[in-house]
Design a protein around this ligand. Structure first.
Ligand SMILES: [Fe+2]
Ligand SMILES: [Fe+2]
Length: 305
């Protein structure tokens, strides 16, 4: 991500701040401000140039190709899941500012899925003409934890909200699942390490450009989730308890999504050369900064100062 974009991310998402002190100084943006930011941060998935990426992919060893395809498949199918499962939250808007922001988030997720689809067709070479068939092929890469988080927990939370969009406990559970765990703890962590791997090896410039745009969108999404939870769970004990219980339930599941095939989740593992300790520490630090901004600690942790 370009330096200017990184600065913008730090200003909207406490999880992107580079220190606790900086995170605590941040004023959370309202849905109207985030909507206006969306208008200024527009980008086109069809404009990314993959010419060099095709050459770089051809030059990888078979093992490097397998590792990269595995990690990126989690993102590709993850973007498909979050696009289709977002409708319940759009129905649960409380005013026109929130309605405006939420519709931008749903179209962002579709754009992210389209970006990955282009990369898989044009660079990796999964070029079945049928979109569903391409998704089915990519799904073969995923592990059991992925299914638990994206096909069970996320889908069930969405269904509860669709059944009653005015149910605030359902909205807390949905936003905690989607914005805090899936986007905040999992996607932005994975994005950080995949981008570092590509930049350090000076490969896949098109993908790095597009993924930087995806990450900027995700910070805006997580900023909305942080704001909503602060406004609601931050001042209501029952909603705060719902949020804490959901985090306790799903953080271990999310930690399992990035464990590579064949690795023992209870042992130290590596992903694209980074250790599980490094990956988990990054995820935990950004989650704790967001929780501090919300004013609800992890269950059992002291109340944030
Ligand atoms: Fe996304
Ligand atoms: Fe998102």
């Amino acid at each position: 991500m370009a330096t200017l974009d990184a600065l913008v991310a730090e200003q909207v998402d406490p999880g992107a701040a580079t220190s606790d002190a900086q995170a605590s100084k941040l004023t959370l943006q309202t849905p109207q401000q985030l909507y206006e930011l969306w208008e200024r941060q527009h980008w086109l998935s069809q404009d990314i140039d993959f010419t060099q990426d095709k050459r770089d992919f051809a030059n990888l060893t078979d093992e490097q190709k397998d590792n990269l395809i595995w990690v990126l498949s989690t993102f590709f199918i993850g973007e498909e899941r979050v696009t289709t499962q977002f409708s319940g939250l759009v129905m649960a808007y409380e005013d026109e500012h929130e309605e405006s922001f939420l519709t931008t988030q749903q179209v962002d997720e579709a754009r992210h899925m389209q970006f990955f689809d282009r990369f898989y067709r044009e660079v990796i070479g999964i070029d079945n003409p049928d979109f569903d068939a391409r998704l089915d092929r990519v799904r073969e890469e995923l592990n059991e934890a992925f299914g638990k988080l994206f096909d069970e927990a996320l889908v069930e939370a969405g269904q509860r909200l669709i059944a009653d969009p005015s149910d605030r406990e359902a909205k807390v559970e949905f936003i905690t699942t989607y914005h805090m765990v899936i986007e905040g703890a999992l996607a932005l962590t994975g994005q950080n390490f995949v981008t570092r791997y590509m930049e350090e090896n000076d490969i896949f410039p098109g993908f790095v450009e597009g993924f930087g745009n995806v990450a900027r969108d995700e910070h805006r999404h997580v900023a909305y989730g942080t704001w909503w939870l602060q406004q609601n769970a931050g001042s209501d004990d029952a909603l705060a308890e719902r949020m804490q219980a959901r985090l306790q339930e799903l953080i271990p599941v999310a930690a399992g999504v990035l464990v590579p095939p064949g690795a023992d989740p209870t042992e130290e593992w590596q992903i694209l050369g980074y250790s599980s300790n490094e990956v988990n520490e990054f995820a935990f630090k950004s989650l704790s900064r967001r929780l501090k901004a919300i004013g609800v600690p992890l269950q059992g942790a002291p109340t944030p100062a």
